[in-house]
Write a protein that binds this ligand. Structure first.
Ligand code: HEM
Length: 135
């Protein structure tokens, strides 16, 4: 093998090795805010499942009078039912915004503001069960 060939093979080996090292060590792409939010929803809300299932009979939009009395005030978020009866007046986003969602699926409205992990932790204490509208 002449010197030129040796040089070419050497250069090829060096560039392949450098490429492989770069692929292994290159900084990973930072997850987006949406990806981080989705991961905390999964991590915090999934473990609270307790086997209880509520149906559309249990979770219904109330009539005006139902709202005055004591009793559970259910909201559906991410397929789960939360009782906000005692939390409403403490909600940093205001009680009215929660009152409007009683008996409804508020997932979209909930996700729009990407609630913090602290808010999600707060929800664990309000958790009632999974929601299955078809049952
Ligand atoms: C069901 C249980 C809920 C809990 C425990 C909860 C908790 C919280 C907390 C702790 C905050 C302060 C900001 C943060 O930490 O993310 C917040 C803000 C807020 N929440 Fe909720 N939330 C709930 C449901 C909802 C729903 C269903 C909606 C929409 C319909 C909503 C709309 C808002 C809004 C608009 C703010 C104010 C955001 C701002 O001004 O920066 N929340 N919530």
């Amino acid at each position: 093998m002449n010197d030129t060939k040796k040089l070419l093979i050497g250069a090829a080996v060096v560039s392949i090795t450098a490429g492989a090292v770069y692929c292994l060590l290159r900084p990973h792409k930072k997850p987006s805010a949406q990806e981080l939010y989705a991961a905390s929803v999964k991590k915090i809300l999934e473990p609270c499942d307790n086997g209880k299932v509520l149906t559309s009979k249990d979770v219904q939009p109330p009539c005006k009078d139902d709202l005055k009395g004591a009793g559970p005030k259910y909201i559906i978020v991410h397929g789960r039912v939360f009782d906000v009866e005692h939390y409403m007046s403490n909600h940093p986003g205001g009680a009215d915004i929660l009152r409007d969602q009683i008996g409804r699926d508020a997932t979209e409205e909930f996700d729009v503001i990407m609630h913090s992990p602290e808010a999600l932790e707060e929800m664990v204490g309000l958790y009632v069960g999974m929601y299955n509208p078809l049952k």
